[in-house]
Write a protein that binds this ligand. Sequence first.
Ligand code: ADP
Length: 187
Amino acid sequence: MNTFRIGRTSVSVFIGDITTWAGDIIVNAANSGLLGGEGVDGAIHQAGGPSIMEECMEIRKSKGGCPPGHAVITCAGKLRAKHVIHTVGPIWEGGGRREEETLADCYRNSLQLAVEVEARSIAFPNISTGIYGYPKGPACDVALKAVTTWLEEERPDLRLERIDFVCFSPENEQLYVEWLQRYAEER
Ligand code: ADP
């Protein structure tokens, strides 16, 4: 595990299965319909049990789903977390369709929701870098720029103590660690 301190928050990177993570918030890389699917989304619903999908269905009924870049919150069922935040990453279409802004919004909006429920810890997967095809290097740049910029903003009442990036591939882990090492050196 590699840990970096940014203000009062520790940011860690490691390889793991996010469904086994223990803390306040697990972020899911969902789809707009909130219907579950493959990848990390399927793994979270499978491990968490049906109560997560029941709440997703309620959100579908009231809001019609979740557009790319937005985030919604549900219970975490049987997972060792208090809530799941479902955010919808962009599908990579070459980079000319505001994919970067949408991906950054996923991280910012998830953090904002986490603050609203007074979370102390949150775990992110590498949103959009699986089935949605966002190239891993550029996705890492967007994720860490969004999160570090968000943390650098003045937040005297920030309770978030821990942000974990739970990578599924050594390639992503290495990209994240190298980015954060460069960031730490340049500060
Ligand atoms: P997307 O549709 O946003 O690309 P995916 O679930 O296909 O979502 O992939 C997002 C990332 O989550 C990928 O890097 C994938 O390797 C990773 N991933 C898949 N399963 C898990 C898991 N159980 N824990 C953590 N990360 C996972």
